[in-house]
Design a protein around this ligand. Structure first.
Ligand SMILES: [Cu+2]
Length: 216
């Protein structure tokens, strides 16, 4: 009992031995340059057997754009999509088990979706093909977005061996093996390559090309 209390005073983890995964990511961009703002890189621990607690996130539609463009949530979490434009948008995704369709609404209405499965949900508007966002849905709570300089910290990871992954919309995925200690830190560095990324047009919610005479 006394030992447990001492551990809590020192700010260490509770009953389960857990450590911190920390590190840095970088993204190689076109022309051999490094991407300057890395805040849309998602970093997560793969294979940790801990359920995430469902949470709520917001992706706002304004000026025919989704903000933020990338969010990461635990499975069972709900994302709100308020429309702050005076025009209609139609948020949808056709990404596997996370597919959804919120239909048409405009300011001041909002729609929401609860994501039931882990995975990458690519989110679009059925009217404006230039609008796109990504909701990453994870099956454990050890995920974060990198800070603009690429640094990240994942705390409270149960001790063990894992694969840590970094994901970026244009840079794909990178992975690193890490052994998380019972206390203290494990450091990883990951590099993503977005230098050969090519943006391809996507289909609308019916699987058809967008009409070229957009009037909205
Ligand atoms: Cu739209």
């Amino acid at each position: 009992m006394r030992i447990v209390r001492a551990a809590l005073v020192l700010g260490l983890a509770g009953p389960a031995a857990a450590g911190t995964v920390t590190g840095r990511v970088e993204v190689l961009d076109k022309g051999g340059r490094r991407l300057a703002d890395l805040s849309d890189v998602v970093v997560y621990v793969d294979g940790a057997r801990v359920r995430p607690r469902p949470a709520r996130a917001t992706v706002t539609m304004k000026g025919k754009a989704f903000t933020p463009r990338v969010v990461v949530v635990g499975v069972g979490s709900t994302v709100d999509f308020p429309n702050e434009d005076p025009i209609f948008h139609n948020v949808f995704s056709v990404s596997g088990e996370n597919r959804f369709d919120l239909d048409l609404y405009k300011r001041p209405k909002s729609g929401s979706w609860t994501f039931p499965r882990p995975g990458v949900a690519r989110v679009y508007c059925n009217i404006h093909p230039q609008m796109s966002a990504v909701v990453l849905v994870r099956d454990n709570p050890f995920f974060t977005k990198a800070s603009p300089d690429g640094a990240f910290t994942l705390e409270g990871v149960p001790a063990g061996r894992y694969t840590v992954k970094a994901w970026h919309e244009r840079g794909g995925e990178a992975a690193a093996e890490v052994t998380v200690p019972a206390e203290g830190r494990a450091a990883v560095e990951m590099r993503l390559d977005a230098s050969s990324y090519k943006q391809l047009p996507h289909k609308n919610k019916y699987g058809k090309d967008y009409s070229t005479d957009e009037k909205y």
